[in-house]
Design a protein around this ligand. Sequence first.
Ligand code: FEO
Length: 183
Amino acid sequence: MKMIKLVLSKYWRIAMLKKEIVELLNEQINKELFSAYLYLEIANYYGDEGLEGYENWFKIQALEEEDHAMLIRQYLLNNGHAIKLKAIDDPTRTFNNYKEPLEAALEHERYVTDSIHTIYSLAAELKDYRTMQFLDWFIAEQGEEETNAEENIRNYQLFEKNLYSLNKELKKREHTPPSFQLD
Ligand code: FEO
């Protein structure tokens, strides 16, 4: 007789997190995926303008945003919660000069930081120490991303007259997986 091996999915777990946290984390997945869309839009703009370095930098940034979404997805699954994907907003933007996308990126990163902080505050209020620990990495990451966005603006202002070299430098950026992983 053929033996049937029953393998329970690792996602078969008792739901561990509070409903409000799960809702915010699901929304955060959407925000991270929107971030990827927005950065692709910016990459497309620079690509159209012939600035391949800036195009590359934002393409890599889009991949990083996907990584963030995937980490949150995995965290929810690991804690026994279903993922609810929602429609992603239209990222279409009109940019009038090369600096505007850089400013839009900084503004967006500040918005994402606020969003992560909101979830962290609620987790603290609910004594959800697990989610607080999970979000620690995101808080550090947001600090880094805001710094990168500020640096992009500063470098543009400083080296606008030598955009060729700056653009060449940005072309070197490569995608590296997040320093924090979840199985
Ligand atoms: Fe995932 Fe740039 O925020």
